[in-house]
Design a protein around this ligand. Structure first.
Ligand code: UDP
Ligand code: MG
Length: 299
């Protein structure tokens, strides 16, 4: 098997058939052996049924169905764990990632033996609201300031990489996963290619602003302990300010008390985020539960 393409799908009933046709048309032209691993992430529309029909008719298509929605990160992980190709790709099911671009990325990787990953980064965000664009840009700046893993602004999960990179990624035991950060953490030589995402043909983005904020915050926590270390420094400063105020003025004004308390509540909030992360990792629950697998033989 040369290329495994992992496709996370959540309520993509309208897109999967067209996606399958387009990708098949483009990959068949390349004359390489490939598999399409569709991961149905607990869709509540007809996605699972559609995927099963596709897998029945096309021996290159395989399906993993989750018992419920576990999120795109889990869907990608499950797909990677089942991928058997010498090269692996991840792409979205909504045709925002063009199959032609996938082939270009694959050919680039083949032609550059010193490189291990080709990553597509969004060169335009025209279709996004200005609020989303501003928040995204703030996230990248903040992340690159405080996190141990640096991210290229706009770097997406749309990537093609060698099996050795996939093996490194799936060997990481963490339960709360942030693949963009993981790619950066495992290293390897990466080529970044610009791409401009197509307009979504059907349905809407599964990412609300709140979901994106939670995801971004989770990403920062995954790869940096700086926020929690800063809590210690800030606590010392707050203590000193409080003490000095008390010694010099005899008492603390209401304003000072409210100011110091706000900072301490923020500090407690940051600690709480890390504790909840430790807690969920200690529970050791799996990232996903598979309900059904189709097309994988006896595996
Ligand atoms: N997706 C998923 N599980 C989720 C949310 C999304 O598998 O909980 C899939 C979705 O079906 C799509 C890809 O992840 O194939 C990207 O999602 P979406 O298009 O909503 O994100 P956007 O393009 O807006 O970043
Ligand atoms: Mg999309």
């Amino acid at each position: 098997m040369t290329l495994s393409v992992v496709v996370p799908c959540y309520n993509e009933f309208d897109s999967v058939k067209e996606f399958h046709e387009e990708v098949t048309r483009v990959l068949k032209k390349e004359k390489l052996t490939y598999e399409l691993i569709f991961v149905d992430d607990g869709s509540y529309d007809e996605t699972e049924k559609k995927l099963e029909e596709i897998a029945k008719e096309d021996k290159n298509s395989k399906v993993i169905s989750f018992s419920r929605n576990f999120g795109k990160e889990s869907a990608m992980l499950a797909g990677l764990e089942c991928a058997s190709g010498s090269y692996v790709a991840i792409m979205d099911a909504d045709l925002q990632h063009r199959p032609e671009t996938l082939v270009e990325m694959y050919n680039k990787l083949i032609s550059e033996p010193d490189y291990d990953v080709v990553c597509a980064y969004k060169s335009s965000r025209k279709d996004e609201s200005s609020l989303k664009r501003t928040l995204t840009s703030l996230f990248y700046r903040f992340n690159n300031l405080i996190s141990d893993v640096k991210l290229l602004p706009g770097a997406s999960d749309f990537r093609v990489f060698k099996a050795s990179v996939k093996d490194a990624i799936i060997s990481l035991p963490e339960k709360t996963r942030f693949l963009k950060g993981i790619f950066s953490w495992v290293g390897f030589n990466t080529i970044y290619v610009p791409y401009s995402p197509e307009k979504r043909m059907h349905g809407t983005s599964k990412w609300s602003l709140v979901k994106l904020l939670k995801y971004s915050l989770g990403g920062i926590i995954s790869f940096s302990t700086k926020p929690v270390k800063m809590v210690f420094i800030v606590s010392v400063i707050v203590f000193m300010v409080g003490l000095l105020n008390f010694i010099l003025m005899g008492n603390l004004s209401d304003r000072t008390i409210i100011f110091l308390m706000s900072i301490m509540f923020l500090a407690i909030g940051i600690i709480a985020l890390y504790i909840s992360r430790i807690y969920s990792n200690i529970l050791g629950r799996p990232c996903y539960i598979i309900k059904k697998k189709i097309g994988f033989g006896n595996k």
